[in-house]
Design a protein around this ligand. Structure first.
Ligand SMILES: Nc1ncnc2c1ncn2[C@@H]1O[C@H](COP(=O)(O)OP(=O)(O)OP(=O)(O)O)[C@@H](O)[C@H]1O
Length: 756
């Protein structure tokens, strides 16, 4: 089934006026509120309509929303399905209000209501079973802040600069390694824990939201139902995404801008994933952001509900249109409704795909066209052509053809499963049973008569196994069902170790490719951000850094050329203006009228920045804002500052002398009070020395830097070691290093202390 997308319009805030409202909710053909209408920003008389599973207007209470959208999913959670519930929308649209809500009873959001419902259901079930069934509830809660994962249940001091790693686990699920999981047996305990954890969440104030979430917060509640014969666990994940931000309006600077870049990047990747899935593209860029890896939209099994939060006023017109477009694509994503397999107590069951592959669980790289029917299709194909098994995936190098056959075996009846009557009564389509794996492992398929394993055999075994694992992942199926003869255990173990080593290396290689592309994309993203702020020099640098990751990309080459030409002509104009200023200066010296001198300079720079052609040229590229980029021109505080009006005193100084700066600790570097720019000559000796130390990655040299304690030195080192090949070239590169707790001032202090 597809992702259920529902829209919720928030009420007007105090500072918002009724006359500025632009959204309206309308009934669909079934008589239910489903349609959101919004005027065309260019032609007000025209309206766009977006149809969703449901649409809620500003008067919708938390209780109404919960009853309609969340309560039904909890029923499925208890039937063994995983559930993902997430709030999406621009900053200030009401995501946190929807998910967490306020403190009063009526204001409580979906999360506390969800827990309250889970505990109530658990108690009722336990009671009805006369103690035969026990239900445990555990939770984990973490945030993704600047693309790093932090445990919200741990105190802030325990955080490491790089955060927790994420891994792919059994069943293709993405998990956070080392995350704490806390048992929580009643609502009261939960509320204490949840409030405490929320105090750890990164929140900050922007012009658009006084309490803006600076991270994506993910709460996972695991419900484990145990009877005498089996145990089944399923998880509901409630995700409060950070909102996309238009930094022309947030007033963000410094740290907020870094956060914002990371938020926007992850949402941009999410939009790219959704676009790729909806266009049925081969490659879905999940891995390019931690948030998309964790959310795994379209890859996760179970039920997914997205609440699209919408601010009602025209101040958010383009953002809202962009969110509506995004949601419109999201609703087309198919997710597999597969219930989690119970763990049977008693005699051991045959191993599953996940247990036979040494824990290696790679996510499938291509979404299914119609995931719900995948097993049926696979069976049909397998029947029609026994030689040609169903291939349900596509990876970089699937040379060998898998001999996997898929077989859907009816599940054992279980007291934990819903009855057929339940399934019929459900508003959702009947579940798809997870096929039970056969009792064979592929290792046993090797020719029994061969005792020595050649390299070629090993290669082919590895390839076959990779193909099988991926097929199993994709179709949620098990390895081959043919039962080969027993082979020698020692030989199996030997192969197993070697095979596993090869698998690991293949996995690493694939990860490497993804990682590189991600790095390239992040340069592109930063380039766009610089360009949007009119910082063409930095933008060019970032595009150039991105270029090696996209060899032969004509569009990128043209963009770089265009930007170079623009900067060149800009410099020429500047030079021209300087000459004119010099003339004016000379005139002043000779008593001529000087009134236009410095002002002309300031104006000409301002005009240049307002019209950023290359930024306009970007509009056709996939963007999380869809069309928001149509608007150009940025608030003055985001534009590079126009040159300070030069004082008469300074003008009279001999030209060769560099005026001492009052606003920078290092007069050698930031010669005109601005951040080092591309137009500047190479780094100064001090900057170069600092760069050399950083490039050396020597911990002792780093520790010796001015103002740097052991912890910070290690944080820098860790950051640098993430990309061992990266060599910093200039001051801008140093400032671009995203090391927690180290801002521009810290770098300047380090530079000041360098002895040359
Ligand atoms: N349904 C609602 N009823 C009443 N107030 C609401 C509602 N939705 C949002 N608000 C109010 O709107 C403001 C912004 O909401 P909220 O902080 O939830 O936005 P957000 O989308 O989470 O923003 P960000 O992405 O910046 O964290 C808050 O003051 C919140 O109380």
């Amino acid at each position: 089934m597809s992702v259920r997308v529902v829209a919720r319009v928030r009420p007007l805030l105090k500072a918002e006026a009724e006359k500025d409202q632009i959204l309206s909710i309308h009934e669909g053909s079934n008589g239910k509120a489903q349609i959101v209408k919004i005027p065309n920003p260019k032609i007000q008389s025209e309206e766009y309509s977006f149809n969703f599973a449901a649409a809620y207007n500003a008067s919708c209470s938390q209780q109404e929303l919960f009853d309609a959208e969340v309560a039904p999913t909890i029923k499925h959670l208890f039937q063994g399905f995983d559930v993902t519930l997430f709030a999406y929308g621009v900053t200030g649209s009401g995501k946190t209000h929807t998910m967490r809500g306020g403190k009063s009873l009526g204001d409580r959001g979906m999360i506390p209501r969800m827990l309250s419902n889970i505990y109530r259901k658990s108690k009722a079930l336990e009671k009805a079973s006369n103690g035969e069934t026990t239900i445990d509830v555990t939770m984990s809660y973490y945030e993704i802040y600047t693309d790093r994962v932090f445990d919200l249940l741990e105190p802030l001091e325990k955080r490491t600069p790089t955060g927790l790693p994420i891994r792919e686990a059994e069943g293709g699920k993405t998990v956070v390694a080392g995350l704490s999981e806390v048992a929580c047996s009643n609502l009261k305990d939960f509320e204490v824990l949840y409030d405490k954890a929320n105090a750890n969440r990164s929140v900050g104030s922007t012009k658009l939201n006084a309490e803006s979430s600076r991270s994506h917060a993910i709460l996972c509640v695991k419900v484990t139902i145990s009877t005498a014969s089996e145990t089944r666990a399923s998880t509901i994940s409630a995700i409060d995404l950070a909102g996309s931000e238009d930094n022309r309006r947030t007033g963000n600077v410094k740290e907020r801008l870094v956060e914002s870049a990371s938020i926007n990047k992850s949402l941009f990747v999410l939009a790219q994933c959704v676009e790729a899935i909806s266009k049925k593209q081969n490659r879905i860029p999940y891995r390019e952001s931690k948030m998309t890896r964790i959310l795994s939209l379209g890859q996760n099994n179970g039920l997914t509900v997205m609440i699209l939060n919408l601010p009602p006023t025209k101040a958010f017109h383009l953002d809202t249109l962009s969110s509506l477009n995004f949601a419109n694509r999201t609703k087309k994503i198919e997710v597999r409704e597969i219930e989690n397999e119970p763990i049977f107590k008693g005699p051991p069951r045959p191993p599953t795909a996940a247990t036979t592959n040494g824990g290696m669980a790679r996510q499938p790289l291509r979404p299914l066209n119609n995931a719900a029917n995948v097993n049926i299709l696979a069976n049909r194909e397998a029947k029609a052509d026994k030689e040609k098994p169903a291939k349900l995936f596509s990876v970089y190098a699937d040379k060998s053809k898998s001999t996997t056959t898929t077989r859907a075996i009816p599940q054992k009846s279980s007291p934990l499963k819903r009855s057929a009557a339940d399934a019929l009564a459900s508003s959702r389509p009947a579940k798809q049973s997870r096929p039970t794996p056969s009792n064979s492992s592929f290792l046993r398929k090797g020719p029994p008569e061969t005792t020595t394993i050649t390299k070629a055999t090993l290669e082919s075994l590895v390839e076959k196994k990779v193909a099988e694992i991926l097929a199993a992942r994709e179709a949620n199926d098990a390895p081959p069902s043919a039962v080969p003869q027993q082979t020698d255990t020692e030989r199996e173990q030997a192969i197993s170790a070697e095979v596993q080593a090869r698998l690991d290396s293949i996995e690493k290689r694939l990860e490497g490719q993804e990682g590189e592309r991600a790095e390239g994309l992040s340069y592109l993203f930063m380039a766009k951000q610089h360009q949007a702020r009119g910082e063409d020099g930095h933008a060019l640098k970032m595009y150039e850094l991105a270029q090696p990751f996209f060899p032969g990309n004509g569009k990128l080459e043209r963009k770089i050329e265009k930007l170079r030409a623009k900067i060149l002509s800009s410099r020429r104009r500047e030079k021209q203006t300087t000459l004119e200023d010099d003339d004016a200066e000379q005139s002043r010296g000779t008593g001529q009228d000087d009134s236009d001198g410095p002002r002309t300079k300031g104006r000409s720079r301002g005009q240049r920045m307002d019209v950023d052609e290359s930024y306009q040229a970007d509009q056709n590229e996939a963007s999380y804002h869809d069309g928001q980029e149509q608007e150009i021109g940025y608030s003055d505080d985001e534009l590079p500052r126009p040159r300070k009006k030069t004082s008469r005193k300074a003008l009279n100084r001999p030209k060769s002398r560099i005026a001492p700066r009052t606003d920078s600790p290092d007069p050698l570097v930031d010669r005109d009070g601005q951040e080092a720019d591309q137009s500047m000559p190479g780094p100064t000796p001090r900057t170069q020395h600092l760069i050399d130390i950083l490039n050396s990655r020597s911990v002792s040299k780093l520790k010796a830097l001015n103002g740097l304690g052991v912890k910070k030195a290690e944080a820098i080192l860790q950051h640098l070691q993430e990309d061992d090949d990266m060599q910093l070239a200039n001051w801008h590169d140093v400032l671009s290093l995203d090391v927690r707790g180290i801002g521009k001032r810290s770098w300047e202090v380090m530079r000041e202390g360098v002895l040359v």
